[in-house]
Design a protein around this ligand. Sequence first.
Ligand SMILES: [Zn+2]
Length: 97
Amino acid sequence: MKLLFPLALAVIFAILYFIPRTLIDRRIARQNEWRNRPNLQEYLEENPKCRTGRGVTCKYCGSYNIINRGMEVRHDSKRIHTCRTCSTNLYRTEFYE
Ligand SMILES: [Zn+2]
């Protein structure tokens, strides 16, 4: 019974430390992923074949099926564009309000 209190304390500490730490690490990883992608102009300069009359294509598989998602939340002004065919993050955009 004497071990129960320190054990409970250790479990509470682990929860209070590791859950926020994991969330922070994921947020940093998403921010780094966004920053490491080229913007649309850089993407098209590096891959001129990806600019077509119909729109922008994936540089890996040539698909037109590209979705954009908010970096952190659904309506985030920082967008990352991902090919839906090969699931590769291609480029970033940012909207200013
Ligand atoms: Zn692709």
